[in-house]
Design a protein around this ligand. Structure first.
Ligand SMILES: Nc1ncnc2c1ncn2[C@@H]1O[C@H](COP(=O)(O)OP(=O)(O)OP(=O)(O)O)[C@@H](O)[C@H]1O
Ligand SMILES: O=P(O)(O)OC[C@H]1O[C@H](OP(=O)(O)OP(=O)(O)O)[C@H](O)[C@@H]1O
Ligand SMILES: [Mg+2]
Length: 290
């Protein structure tokens, strides 16, 4: 009997950024997770009935509101946008892309600490985050709301400082600005759901995405090693549950297979080689369920 959901079962309604910095990576992650994704960037919605999901392509800034209201079940957005929205939604999974820092910046040399913002005009697209941050620290400043390109606002005389998303810092440098004060928040793309609710179908959806994230950050390692070195070697490659160890046809040798973090895998190969391992292979993992 087939267990695939039919169209009359309720579909999990998922919000995906339709444009901007998170859009492409979100679509790619969903495609790798085995979901159908739009091929035309003008498409607004897409039903993947076979996988029990319906996708809505929306502005990243609006996604937390839809999810918080319960109109949509799950969304992909930025932690900074979620915080700014004030919506009744919470993080269900960190997605590891769209990483940025939300920082104050001003003309080079003009500000050195947060206290100097008292009485200043601060331009930002994230007034919720900035007001809350200033209030918490008792700093009385005027927050000026702009839609984007806030780096230019100081030069145009509408603000003294800005608070904005910084990734490489090149936009700030180009505008002659530099960051000051502590980081307001560290952001990345996150999966969000309505606060306190786990919609039906979320677990499968989440597990598929987690599988892709793990597949991206781990590789499969295989090696042959003298059996008397196996205990030392598996301490270096413990795997997720435990590594597979099998006898080789050659007397006194064993084969070991374990998932290892992609970062540092080369160094690990050097160490294993030093222990006497040979035939050390690394292969990519395309998907997994742990
Ligand atoms: N350069 C960047 N690197 C990483 N993440 C970024 C970058 N710019 C924006 N983001 C993240 O993307 C999310 C929203 O920004 P995005 O640029 O997609 O929306 P927007 O500014 O409203 O739209 P647009 O830029 O298309 O007008 C936020 O979570 C933000 O932290
Ligand atoms: O540190 P960087 O690598 O330079 O990246 C940060 C810039 O990227 C985003 O701008 P975006 O292109 O989204 O334009 P916007 O300001 O109009 O949203 C963000 O608002 C910063 O301006
Ligand atoms: Mg932007």
């Amino acid at each position: 009997m087939s267990t695939a959901p039919t169209t009359d079962q309720r579909l999990l309604r998922v919000a995906v950024p339709n444009k901007g910095a998170l859009s492409e990576s979100a679509t790619e992650m969903l495609r790798e997770s085995g979901y159908r994704q739009r091929t035309d960037s003008k498409q607004l919605t897409l039903v993947d009935a076979e996988n029990g999901v319906e996708f809505f392509y929306l502005r990243p800034r609006d996604i937390a509101l839809y999810v918080g209201e319960g109109t949509l079940d799950v969304g992909v957005t930025g932690r900074d946008l979620l915080a700014d929205s004030g919506a009744k939604a919470e993080e269900a999974l960190q997605l590891g892309f769209g990483r940025s820092r939300f920082r104050f910046a001003g003309p080079a040399g003009r500000f050195s600490e947060l206290g100097e913002l008292a009485g200043a005009r601060i331009a930002t697209s994230y007034i919720g985050v900035v007001r809350a941050f200033l209030e918490e620290r008792g700093i009385d400043a005027t927050v000026v709301r702009l839609d984007g390109a806030v780096e230019t606002s100081i030069q145009l005389g509408v603000a003294d400082a800005i608070a904005d998303v910084v990734e490489t810092g090149s936009t700030l440098r180009r505008a002659g600005l530099e960051v000051f004060g502590e980081t307001i928040l560290d952001s990345e793309a996150v999966l969000i759901t309505r606060s306190g609710e786990a919609p039906t179908g979320l677990e499968v959806f989440r597990r598929r995405i987690e599988g892709v994230l793990v597949a991206r950050s781990y590789v499969m390692m295989d090696y042959d090693i003298p059996t008397d070195q196996v205990e030392t070697a598996v301490e270096l490659t413990p795997g997720i549950e435990s590594p597979t160890v099998a006898p080789l046809h050659k007397e006194g040798w064993s084969a070991v297979r374990a998932m290892v973090p992609r970062d540092g895998a080369q160094r690990l190969m050097d160490e294993l080689y030093g222990l006497g391992a040979r035939g050390i292979l690394l292969t990519d993992i395309h998907a997994c369920r742990l």
